[in-house]
Design a binder for this molecule. Structure first.
Ligand SMILES: NC(=O)c1ccc[n+]([C@@H]2O[C@H](COP(=O)([O-])OP(=O)(O)OC[C@H]3O[C@@H](n4cnc5c(N)ncnc54)[C@H](O)[C@@H]3O)[C@@H](O)[C@H]2O)c1
Length: 331
């Protein structure tokens, strides 16, 4: 028997690739998305799969969520396992400052979805959290660990951290549910996931690629003069989700970092993008400053690697080359 997966935010970067990898291995998927930050384009290759049921639904819509719940209950007996994966979230940086919008979906919506999973008797719940919870202590030698204390900027510094504070709260809901024996599961702290088919070019990689392709130049925040980041291809982020789902011992309600250790300066990232686009002479301008933005963010993935076989397989250069190819194919 195969498993039934219920995926919120399925058209997003994580959701669409998780669904793709699951369908490929013969599992069945019920997915939904309200297209807040995605479109049908990202799932056009899988939408007609007989093993996929997809709905244009909103996590915050109680009637629509009741429909999802009823469909799971109706089908549950046909599967050996039911797994909920909560990918829906208000994610992009511009929204981090909008405490009300992020709280409704990211915190209240997550908690309701977890409650639904428990009520239908699902076996596993995967909570997508974020490396943003490390806030201003996002770097240490060898990478920050899940057990490292966080040093979070508060409303005194910037509203930006409201997103991280909300996500941190979801980790407590997850742990509480597992500790009470209601469900198995874990939280995942992703760091800077990118994908070749991001629709809204607000993240740094599509921003750089689109700007360079159009104008041969790019405008970055002042922070980018110094900032370094790691970037995780969505194939690898999703492989980590599935590795955790398949590692019962790992589903103890705790938290897992999911990232690469390939740290680059943002300026080196621009140079890499330019090289892969075939642009020799790049002009970079700096404008604006983002408060509460750590200079470095490096996560240790030792815990994840100790409990699963996961390791990232797509190096940054290969991933950016895919983004370039996809961008040019769609131009
Ligand atoms: N992308 C990253 O770098 C990153 C980093 C850390 C954590 N995360 C977390 O990983 C998870 C997946 O993010 P992603 O990278 O796929 O982002 P994404 O924005 O590509 O996907 C999120 C999806 O959720 C959908 N959505 C938003 N609100 C919804 C609602 N109310 N109802 C239904 N769908 C809704 C969006 O339309 C989008 O398709 C999120 O929880 C996010 O917080 C992402």
């Amino acid at each position: 028997m195969s498993s039934l997966y219920v995926i919120s935010g399925m058209a997003g970067m994580t959701g669409n690739e998780v669904a793709r990898q699951l369908l490929r291995r013969g599992d069945h998927v019920i997915g939904f998305d309200n297209f807040f930050a995605s479109s049908m384009d990202a799932i056009s290759d899988i939408i007609d799969e007989p093993a996929l049921l997809f709905f244009a639904y909103d996590l915050d819509n109680l009637a629509q969520m009741a429909d999802i719940s009823a469909r799971v209950v109706e089908r549950k007996g046909r599967y050996d396992r039911v797994v909920y994966i909560n990918c829906a979230a208000v994610v992009h940086t511009e929204w981090f400052y909008n405490i009300n919008a992020t709280f409704d979906t990211n915190v209240v919506g997550m908690r309701r979805f977890l409650e639904q999973a428990i009520l239908v008797g699902a076996d596993v719940f995967i909570n997508c959290s974020t490396s943003e919870v490390y806030s201003m202590r996002s770097w240490e030698e060898g990478g920050v660990r899940e057990s490292s204390p966080v040093l979070i900027d508060t409303a005194e510094q910037s509203q930006r951290t409201s997103y991280a504070a909300g996500k941190l709260l979801t980790e407590f809901f997850m742990k509480d549910a597992v500790d009470k024996g209601l469900i198995a599961g874990c939280s995942i702290r992703f760091a800077n996931v990118y994908s070749k088919n991001e629709r809204f070019a607000k993240h740094i990689i599509p921003h750089i690629l689109n700007s360079l392709e159009r104008t041969g130049q790019v405008t970055l925040l002042e922070n980018s003069r110094e900032n370094r980041r790691t970037f995780l291809h969505n194939f690898d982020s999703c492989a980590a989700v599935l590795a955790l789902v398949d590692a019962p011992g790992a589903l103890d309600g705790s938290v897992y970092n999911v990232a690469t250790d390939e740290e680059v300066t943002i300026l080196d990232l621009v140079a890499l993008c330019a090289r892969l686009l075939g642009i020799d002479d790049v002009h970079v301008e700096f404008e604006g400053f983002r408060e509460s933005d750590p200079k470095r963010r490096l996560l240790s993935t030792e815990k994840l690697r100790g409990r699963t076989e996961w390791m990232p397989v797509i190096a940054l250069e290969e991933g950016i080359a895919q983004c370039v190819e996809h961008m040019r194919a769609g131009a």
